[in-house]
Design a binder for this molecule. Structure first.
Ligand SMILES: [Zn+2]
Length: 155
């Protein structure tokens, strides 16, 4: 999370880590040990695995070709992301949310419906801008590297 131009990590280093926001009580199992987390529905790897495909962009392509399973999984991913981002927006009131990771490779197939669903969930107030990270699936890896560098005192 970036606040006033600075990285804000929170007291335990998890600020802005929305992947484990619950979007469905008793939903799909997540790698964190809980159930119903956003990551279980909307991470690129989860979307791909749910359809037996290598990447989320493959699921998007199948959905566009009329594959019902891919369309359902992708629709659930977008809705879960809109729900989590609406929750996050009500807590943090961000100017923008930037989507990285494997799911960001879906590009406009993600951003357009996500903007629409987020705006609908936040119809009573302004919605944040929704953008895709230029770093795509490397965003998390680069962020982890920069955190390690900072922890080592090199930043
Ligand atoms: Zn989780």
């Amino acid at each position: 999370m970036v606040a006033s131009g600075e990285l804000y990590a929170g007291t335990a280093g998890w600020a802005g880590q929305i992947g484990h926001i619950p979007v469905r009580p008793d939903g799909l199992a997540c790698g964190c040990g809980q159930r119903g987390c956003l990551a279980a529905y909307a991470s690129g790897s989860a979307v791909a695995a749910r359809c037996g495909m290598p990447g989320a962009e493959d699921v998007v392509r199948l959905a566009a070709q009329g594959d019902a399973r891919a369309a359902a999984v992708w629709g659930e991913a977008v809705e879960a992301l809109a729900l989590a981002l609406a929750t996050y927006t009500l807590v943090a009131d961000p100017a923008a949310v930037v989507i990285g990771g494997g799911v960001s490779l879906a590009g406009d197939a993600l951003v357009a419906p996500l903007r629409e669903r987020l705006a609908a969930r936040l119809a009573f107030r302004p919605a944040p801008a929704v953008r895709v990270s230029r770093l795509g699936p490397l965003a998390g890896l680069l962020g982890a590297g920069l955190l390690g560098r900072r922890a080592a005192g090199a930043a």
